[in-house]
Design a protein around this ligand. Sequence first.
Ligand SMILES: NC(=O)c1ccc[n+]([C@@H]2O[C@H](COP(=O)([O-])OP(=O)(O)OC[C@H]3O[C@@H](n4cnc5c(N)ncnc54)[C@H](OP(=O)(O)O)[C@@H]3O)[C@@H](O)[C@H]2O)c1
Length: 199
Amino acid sequence: MKILLVGASGLLGGALSATLAQRGHQVLRASRRHTGHHVDISDCATITALYERTGAVDAVICAAGSTPYKPLHQLTHDDYLTGFHNKALGQIDLVRLGLRSVAPRGSFTLTTGILAREPIVTSAAASAANGAVEAFVRAAALETAPVRVNAVSPTVITEALDRYADFFPGFEPVPLQKVVQAYIRSVEGAETGRVFALG
Ligand SMILES: NC(=O)c1ccc[n+]([C@@H]2O[C@H](COP(=O)([O-])OP(=O)(O)OC[C@H]3O[C@@H](n4cnc5c(N)ncnc54)[C@H](OP(=O)(O)O)[C@@H]3O)[C@@H](O)[C@H]2O)c1
C-alpha cells in the first residue's frame, strides 16, 4: 500500500515508518520539519498542498498532535484553542481534506490517547481534544464508507517514560511495538469507527 504517515519523525512515527516499510508498504513521511513532505496539520493550506503532492494513497496515518498541559485554573481560552487546533481539528482536517485522495476501502488512522478516558491533573485541554477526536472517528465512519476511519489510543509508551513518567505515576506503560500493531490492524484490516485502546 501507499501510506501517508504524518508525524513520521517522532517516536511513534519513526517506529511506524520502519514497521510499515518492513511489511512492504510505500511510506510517504510527513511532518513540519525533517521529512520528505512538509505539513502542519494546524494549517489547512499545507494539508491541501500535501494531498496535491502525494496524489492518491491507500491509507493515511496521523501520529502527530500536541496539547498544552496546565492546571485547570491556569488554562486559558487560547490554550484550549491551541490544543484543539493541533490535536483535534488538525486530525479532523486531515480526514476532511483527504477523503478524495484515499482509495475505496482505504483508511485513515488517527491518534488519541489514554487521557480521553483516564485523565490526570493538568490534562483538561488534552483530554478534551482527545475525546473530540474519538467522537469524530465514531461519527465520521458512519459516512465515509467504504473508506474507513479509526483511532489508536495508547497509554503512556514505555519508550517515552523518560519524558512522561512523572505525569503517569502507577500507569502501566505499553511497549511501542504493541502500539504499532494497533495501527497495522487498522490499516491492513477491515474495521472502521473503532478506537483501539491500549492501556
Ligand atoms: N509518547 C507517548 O507515550 C504517547 C502516548 C499516548 C498518545 N501519544 C500521542 O501520539 C502522538 C505521537 O506521540 P510521540 O511521542 O511520537 O510524539 P513526538 O515524538 O513528539 O513526535 C511528534 C511528531 O509529529 C510531528 N508534528 C508535531 N506537530 C505537528 C503538526 N502540527 N503538523 C505536522 N506534524 C507535526 C513532529 O515533527 P515536527 O515537529 O517536525 O512537525 C513529529 O514527527 C501524539 O499525538 C501523542 O499525543 C503519545
